[in-house]
Design a protein around this ligand. Structure first.
Ligand code: AQP
Length: 347
């Protein structure tokens, strides 16, 4: 069976979204709306895998939603909702907890990084996070998942889970009228463009991240124009001028990061950026980059702020999106229950 192409992706409401989220994922989300059926989610169930202050979480869910829409996500065209409103995510995640193997989860580098040395004290949810992510995607039989490079390993695990489910229940899947091994698609990561892993502005070896303590390490989608320009001006660089060729960026992570950001924001490639700025000093390049960041991100921040003044409207959008999402996920979940042998009304 050829699966109908469908896009799913999500972001955690664990703080303000940043330039890494925008370039690594959101720009692609917006682009894919033109060609695909898209489902975009504020993944609040994922957020609580680490402690969240409840009032802060509620605010962050609305803020992330406002940022999505301000960046160009159309909630009429795409389905936009917060994960906890659609119980199919949690239900299917439990099924996948029983499909995925401990050995698979033990290999996940993000758990190791996030749990750190205090592994014994990490939540079970943080460990099982990739199973919930597989459920998010497969509850809609999504075929394409636009994400940043850091999610590649989790996506591979989603594929393994889909494949194992298809194999483990192949007889029941055939009885349900599907071709062998074709109940769930194996979702494809969409990790493209010059900024699939945006690095910290203070340290070119660390990913730009919401949870990094230094505010100067990232550009938030809520920053005002002066703050954006200041952060770019103060970004760490090395003393040499920019190279003229992409190869000249190797071993210069901060330079490579800034050139990648410039390329992604201007819709070009690193080579084109270096063709223009090669041989020039960082001071000159940073002025141009600051201008570009302000021109692109400033209006998003302003529109998100405007939308945050009407939280009821944001909540209405999320409730409506959740209704649409439920209609897609429920029949798939019912089929999963039948395949597993659960008894339910009409089974
Ligand atoms: N630095 C990045 N460069 C490119 N893409 C990135 N993404 C995140 N950081 C970068 C992509 O953004 C999407 C949503 O990420 P998330 O909010 O679900 O969680 P995360 O990857 O854990 O993001 P953070 O900022 O690092 O959050 P914290 O600090 O809370 O862990 C994903 O597609 C991700 O790839």
């Amino acid at each position: 069976m050829k699966f109908q192409e469908r896009v799913f992706s999500g972001m955690q409401p664990t703080g303000s979204l940043h330039l890494g989220n925008y370039l690594g994922a959101m720009l692609k989300w917006i682009d894919l709306q033109k060609t695909h059926d898209c489902i975009y989610c504020v993944v609040d169930l994922h957020a609580i895998t680490v402690w969240q202050d409840p009032a802060g979480l509620r605010q962050a869910i609305r803020q992330v939603t406002a940022a999505y829409i301000a960046a160009g996500l159309d909630p009429e065209k795409s389905i936009l909702f917060n994960q906890s409103q659609v119980s199919a995510h949690a239900e299917l995640a439990w099924v996948f907890n029983c499909v995925a193997r401990l050995g698979w989860l033990n290999r996940m580098t993000q758990f190791k990084e996030k749990a750190g040395k205090d592994r014994e004290n990490a939540s079970v949810g943080l460990y099982a996070y990739p199973n919930l992510m597989a459920a998010d995607i497969l509850a809609y039989r999504a075929t394409h998942v636009p994400v940043g490079d850091d999610q590649k390993q989790h996506l591979e695990l989603s594929r393994d889970i889909a494949q194992k489910f298809n194999n483990d229940f192949s007889d029941q899947i055939k009885v349900a009228g599907y071709e062998e091994g074709e109940f769930f698609p194996l979702p494809e990561p969409v990790i493209t463009g010059p900024a699939t892993r945006v690095m910290s502005l203070r340290d070119g070896s660390r990913k730009m991240s919401k949870s990094e303590p230094s505010e100067m390490s990232r550009i938030n989608l809520t920053d005002d124009n002066d703050t954006i320009a200041k952060k770019v001006r103060k970004a760490k660089t090395d003393p040499a001028p920019l190279p003229s060729e992409v190869e000249g960026l190797s071993g210069r992570p901060e330079a490579e990061n800034l050139v990648g950001i410039f390329a992604a924001l201007s819709g070009s490639e690193k080579a084109e950026v270096l063709a223009e700025f090669g041989g020039r000093q960082f001071s000159e390049f940073k002025s141009a980059l600051a201008e570009l960041c302000v021109a692109q991100l400033g209006p998003i921040a302003e529109e998100a702020r405007r939308r945050m003044q009407d939280p009821d409207e944001i909540d209405r959008i999320l409730v409506n999106g959740a209704d649409r999402a439920r209609q897609l996920a429920q029949p798939i979940l019912s089929e999963v229950k039948d395949i597993l042998g659960f008894v339910r009304p009409g089974s």
